[in-house]
Structure formats: structure tokens, C-alpha cells
Design a protein around this ligand. Structure first.
Ligand SMILES: Nc1ncnc2c1ncn2[C@@H]1O[C@H](COP(=O)(O)OP(=O)(O)OP(=O)(O)O)[C@@H](O)[C@H]1O
Length: 666
């Protein structure tokens, strides 16, 4: 705890700033309110992390690394470990063989016979050194092979979790912060943890070999060698902890910087950045975060330097002590000269191994902290995967009918995580097979939220949605998603080919150059996407991403036609259209609704739109306001009622009526 408190200082800067901090509380203000909130959230974690906590984590880190390496490749793990152990054996062997060489050389015999006597031991030393080098090379190769395999494993685990988590997780800023840490530094650390764990083993074996040799030569030499390890170990661990704590405290700032840099480099924001003269604003915001980060980093670097210099000085003193002790032992005749010579070699070799070991332990521990973030995030994310989505639970889930006769939404209440007020407050809606049901209402009234709940993307807090008699909360989410097609208000411009933009996600892999795919062509014709694709250089095979050579881009309306085609192509019993025509020109919009009526044959359509002329023919219209259904009925009934729908409709009709024609058409 004490160490943690002392450590919170590097981020609090100096002099005036520190005095300012005392007045404001424990944290500096980087001028970014959302970051300050993140700071406070981390503060407890920062002050509670002590050296003891860290030391306790180390064996677990090694265990995690071993498990990871084992899962990535058993053969390479076994090779890396066994070759390292064998190399360690030969290290001890050559050190002991060196005693033979030195004993022969320091004997009283004439020089030629001394050299002759030394030759067999010399041959043994040479053989051991050569074999050790070969074994170390083999171990290095196995280690290098492990790295990409581990990388693949950790990437897959993270993406499998992020694409399956409950949607509410993605509305949670803490979750997003943790995701950022796990995806960036955390994921990068995995292969390093494994690599450094093997290095720990290598260093430890080298060290054991040297220590064993020293123990054989004279038992007093062993503790002396270990003494030299203490200062360096202390400095490394302390320095690593500082770096980690700094990273932890800066996570909010770096996420903010990352978002800002995305806004400044991404092509899709470029026009707005210029036309709204936002450049200076964005650069200033970025600079505030960056300079705050720089100040924190410099402060930590200064403190790390002080720790390192202290560690080096102590290590120098300890080494001097070892040599003095050896000198005294030699002087007193406690060890013969040949043994002292070998001891010097063993101490040098032991110190190198020790330095490598301390470095590897330190790096392994440091990377282990980041890796801990990754593992922690993955475990948290996996806990947020709806239970019903998991393989073993799927068998126990209720079966959703392939089609349905009636979808009933009953008294649904829903509040987004962290939101102050519910977005839906007891909504009841009925959708029968083959109907076109419309949701209308002013901005923020809850239409999209209701559609998302009907699509099984969120579970309601109260109330339920049933497909026939089956509640959606009792089935596998995937079963629901397979039976719906969503043409969303905010859709993705998938950086894929035009064909893939229409067909992706439907299980079957529709390869490029498959002109026979009648279903895809029919969907494109129904949405008007065929005209768009007709103008592309490579037709359906054109890559729709300007960031790549030869890639094309489309207009907003053209993209929307593709999104509609994607919805049609899914051929699902329920088609949810959320503002499907917002970007379409008047003719395309008209055609789309006409085509939708014919193409949606037998299919049920849930239509959300502000263009009320389009909902006149809906079988039923629900009018939402502040998360409640306030009116319900067909167009005629709602107009007769003279409520919100009639008001909104009349407003739009009057606007069209100005030219005297469309109002009638509406
Ligand atoms: N991810 C979210 N987190 C928190 N609140 C949200 C989230 N998404 C929507 N809301 C809130 O829920 C309410 C309903 O939003 P919703 O998107 O359902 O409205 P809508 O009727 O579809 O609006 P629009 O016509 O503008 O598309 C709004 O107050 C909105 O601010």
C-alpha cells in the first residue's frame, strides 16, 4: 500500500501543479473531463497495487505463459524447454571441465607437459561449448516458432469475445477502456510473456549451472553470487511497476488521443474537418492530451532513471564485495588458484545468466501485467456473452420456429446501461405474419430501440417478446438473428467487394465471379443496387474501399441501395427496415417501397420511417412518444383520431401540398 501511495506521485507532477493537485484532490486535471472520471475510476486500483501483490502474481504469470505456449504448440514448447535444459547441463559441464584445464596449467610440471595434460580437458570444454551453442540455437528456433502461434491464439480469443458480447457491454465506457488496453498493449504482450518465460527458464538454468559449479568449488561462493542479483532485481521490478502504473493511469488519455487521431486521419471525416474549420480545434484537443501524457511520461522516466542508477551502484558494490571475498579466500588458502580461476569464470558466467534472468523475470513480470489485462478483459468479456449463446447452453435453449405466425411485444421496459431514463416504458406491439407494421414518432421516441429488442440485440429489463409462444430470452440469440434481416439506420460501408456487401453473413460463401447467383441478383434488382453495380469497373467484383488501389467508393444513396440489397438477400421471415430510404432520391425511394411490397411477398416487414407517405399502406402503425406507444391503428384510423400522427402527417403533406400534387398522392 505504501509503495502504491508513493507511486501515485509521478503522475501528479511538481511544484505549482502539485500544490494545485492538493487543493483539487489526488489527481491532476488534464483538461479533459471524461479522462478525469476515468482517472478516479483507476485511482483505487493504483493505490492498492503493492510490491507484494506484484510478487504474488509472478508464478501465475509463468503458469499462464506455459498454458498459452502449450495450447499454441506442444511440440515447440517441449523443444524450447528441453533444449534449454540440455544447454544448461553443458554450461555446468564446461565450467567444471575448465577446472581440469586450469589445474593442469597451474601444476608444477614443465610447460609442454602442462599443456599436454590440459589437452583432454580442453577438448571437453570445446565440445561442451559447441554443443551448448547448437542446443541454444535450437531452443531459439523453437521459441521463434512459438511467437506467431501464440499471437494467433490470443487474437482469436479476443475477437471471438468482442463479436459475441452482449450489446450492452459496448455501451459501457469501462468495458471499452478495458478493451482498448487488452487490444493494444495487452494482446501484444502475449507472445512476449511466453518468450520471456522461456528466457526466465534459460537464465535460471544458466544460473543453476554456474551456482552448482560454485557450490562444488566452495559453498561460500554461492551466496556471494546471489548477493549481486538483489540490487538489479529490485531496480528492474520497481521500474517495471512504474511503467505499468503509468500505462494504467494514461489509458483514458490514450483512448481519447486514439479517437482524435482517427478523426484527423480518416478519409470519411476529412470534408467535415475542413468545411467546419475544425482542424485547429482537433489539433488543440489532441495537443492537450499529448502534452499531458508527455509530462507524465517524462516524470516517470526521471524516477526510473534514479532507480536504475541506485540499482547499478549497489550492484557494483556487491560485485566488488564478491571479488574481495574471493581474494581473501585465496590468500587464506581456502581455495587453490585453479579453483579460484574457475570460480572467477563461474561468477562471470553466473552473473551474465543472472543479469539475463533478472531481465527476463522483470520483462516477464511486466509483460505479465499487460497480459493480465488481456486475460482479465477476455474473461470479463466472456462472462458478458449471453449464456444462451454458448455452445453447451444452446442444447437447453427453446427452439425458435423457422417462421412465425405472430410476434408479441408485451409491456417492454428498457434502459440503456448508464442512461438516466428508460428508452422504452411499457411498450406493447403485435406483428402478424405477412403484415407491414410501421413504427413512427419523433426523434428519440424509442423506435430503433424497440426494433433492436425485437431483433434480440438487447434483452428487455421487463416485459417480453414472443415469437408465437417462444420468448426470445429463452432461445439462442443466433437463432433469432438467422430469422431476421435488418436494414439499419446506421449501416456499415463494408470494405469488401460489391458482391460480398450483399451476400456476407449468409453462411454460404458467394465467390466472386458467380453470375449464376440468382438470389443475389434478384436482391440487387429489388433494391436498385444493380444499377449502382452496373457502373462499377469490375461489377460485383469491385472492391468498395478507396483506401486500396483500384477500390471504388459510392455515394450515400448508392451505399444505402447495397444495404437494402443485403437485407433482401437474407430472405428472412422478418425484415426490419430502420429508415431504409433516408439517403435515397425520391424516385429510388418510391421504387423501393413498390419493390418492397412485391419482393417482401409473404415476408413480414417492420418499417421505421419519418416519411409518413411511405407508411400509409402499412397494416398497422404504432406511434411512439418518450418510449411509449401513444397511438395505434391504420392510416385512416389514425388520421380520424387527429392525434400526433395526424399532426405529423398533415405537416408533411402540407409541405408537399405546396406544389399542389404530392399531398393527394400521400
Ligand atoms: N446506446 C445508447 N445508450 C444510451 N442511450 C441511448 C442509446 N441509444 C439510444 N439511446 C437513447 O434512447 C432513446 C431512444 O432512442 P432511439 O434511437 O430508439 O430513438 P428513435 O425513435 O429511433 O430516434 P430517431 O428517430 O432519431 O432515430 C433516446 O433518448 C436516445 O438518446
Amino acid at each position: 500500500m505504501g509503495a502504491g501511495r508513493r507511486f501515485s506521485r509521478p503522475f501528479t507532477l511538481r511544484g505549482r501543479e502539485r500544490r494545485g493537485r492538493r487543493r483539487r484532490g489526488p489527481l491532476p486535471d488534464p483538461g479533459l473531463p471524461e479522462v478525469v472520471v476515468a482517472w478516479h475510476a483507476r485511482d483505487k486500483e493504483l493505490t492498492e497495487t503493492s510490491m507484494v501483490t506484484i510478487a504474488r502474481r509472478f508464478p501465475a504469470t509463468i503458469l499462464q505463459a506455459a498454458r498459452l505456449a502449450w495450447r499454441a504448440s506442444r511440440a515447440d514448447t517441449v523443444a524450447a524447454v528441453s533444449l534449454n535444459i540440455a544447454a544448461g547441463f553443458f554450461t555446468a559441464f564446461w565450467l567444471l571441465a575448465t577446472t581440469g584445464v586450469l589445474s593442469a596449467l597451474f601444476s608444477a610440471a614443465p610447460t609442454p607437459s602442462r599443456v599436454r595434460d590440459a589437452l583432454p580437458s580442453l577438448a571437453l570444454v570445446a565440445g561442451a561449448v559447441a554443443l551448448r551453442a547448437a542446443l541454444q540455437a535450437g531452443a531459439g528456433w523453437a521459441q521463434a516458432r512459438l511467437e506467431p502461434q501464440v499471437e494467433r491464439l490470443v487474437e482469436l480469443r479476443l475477437y471471438e469475445a468482442t463479436t459475441a458480447v452482449d450489446m450492452t457491454a459496448l455501451d459501457d465506457s469501462d468495458f471499452l477502456d478495458d478493451l482498448k488496453r487488452a487490444q493494444g498493449r495487452g494482446m501484444m504482450s502475449a507472445p512476449m510473456v511466453v518468450q520471456h518465460a522461456v528466457d526466465v527458464l534459460t537464465g535460471a538454468i544458466g544460473m543453476i549451472a554456474a551456482a552448482g559449479t560454485l557450490g562444488v568449488l566452495h559453498p561460500l561462493l554461492l551466496p556471494l553470487l546471489l548477493l549481486t542479483a538483489v540490487p538489479e532485481g529490485w531496480a528492474s521490478v520497481r521500474s517495471a511497476r512504474m511503467r505499468y502504473m503509468m500505462m494504467l493511469s494514461l489509458v483514458g488519455v490514450s483512448r481519447r488521443k486514439w479517437i482524435l487521431s482517427d478523426l484527423m486521419v480518416d478519409r470519411k471525416h476529412a470534408a467535415e474537418v475542413r468545411s467546419f474549420t475544425m482542424r485547429r480545434f482537433l489539433l488543440d484537443q489532441y495537443d492537450r492530451s499529448a502534452s499531458y501524457q508527455r509530462r507524465v511520461e517524462l516524470d516517470v522516466a526521471r524516477r526510473q532513471l534514479a532507480v536504475k542508477v541506485t540499482g547499478d551502484m549497489l550492484k557494483g558494490a556487491a560485485t566488488a564485495l564478491v571479488y574481495v571475498a574471493l581474494g581473501v579466500m585465496l590468500w587464506k588458502g581456502a581455495v587453490p588458484l585453479a579453483v579460484a580461476g574457475t570460480a572467477v569464470l563461474a561468477i562471470r558466467s553466473g552473473q551474465t545468466s543472472l543479469a539475463n534472468l533478472v531481465y527476463a523475470v522483470n520483462r516477464c513480470y511486466e509483460e505479465g501485467l499487460y497480459f493480465g489485462d488481456y486475460v482479465g478483459f477476455c474473461e470479463a468479456a466472456e462472462r458478458r456473452i449471453p449464456f444462451r449463446a454458448l455452445g453447451p447452453a444452446a442444447a437447453e435453449c427453446a427452439r425458435l420456429p423457422d417462421d412465425f405466425a405472430h410476434i408479441r411485444v408485451r409491456d417492454v421496459v428498457f434502459t440503456y446501461p448508464g442512461a438516466d431514463a428508460p428508452s422504452l416504458r411499457g411498450v406493447t406491439v403485435d406483428v402478424r405474419k405477412g403484415e407491414v407494421v410501421a413504427l413512427v414518432g419523433e426523434n428519440g421516441s424509442g423506435k430503433t430501440t424497440l426494433a433492436k429488442i425485437m431483433a434480440g440485440l438487447y434483452d428487455p429489463d421487463a416485459g417480453e417478446v414472443r415469437w408465437d409462444d417462444v420468448p426470445l430470452t429463452a432461445v439462442r440469440p443466433r437463432d433469432v438473428w438467422e430469422r431476421i434481416a435488418v436494414i439499419a439506420q446506421e449501416y456499415t460501408h463494408w470494405p469488401m467487394t460489391a458482391r460480398q456487401n450483399i451476400t456476407m453473413g449468409r453462411g454460404r460463401d458467394h465467390a466472386d465471379g458467380d453470375p449464376e447467383d440468382e438470389a443475389m441478383l434478384a436482391a440487387a434488382r429489388a433494391s436498385g443496387a444493380d444499377e449502382v453495380v452496373g457502373e462499377l469497373a469490375l461489377g460485383y467484383g469491385t472492391l468498395l474501399d478507396r483506401r486500396f488501389k483500384g477500390g471504388a467508393d459510392l455515394s450515400g444513396g448508392q451505399w444505402q441501395r447495397l444495404a437494402v440489397a443485403r437485407g433482401f438477400f437474407r430472405d428472412a421471415p422478418l425484415l426490419i427496415c430502420d429508415e431504409p430510404t433516408a439517403a435515397l432520391d425520391a424516385r429510388a425511394e418510391h421504387q423501393l417501397f413498390e419493390r418492397m411490397r412485391t419482393h417482401a411477398d409473404g415476408r413480414t416487414v417492420l418499417l421505421i420511417t419519418h416519411r409518413l407517405a411511405s407508411v400509409r399502406h402499412a397494416d398497422r402503425i404504432y406511434v411512439l412518444e418518450h418510449g411509449r406507444v401513444i397511438e395505434e391503428g391504420d392510416h385512416r384510423a389514425l388520421m380520424a383520431r387527429g392525434g400526433l400522427y395526424a399532426d405529423l402527417y398533415s405537416l408533411q403533406a402540407a409541405a408537399y401540398g405546396a406544389d399542389g400534387t404530392r399531398a393527394q398522392a400521400g
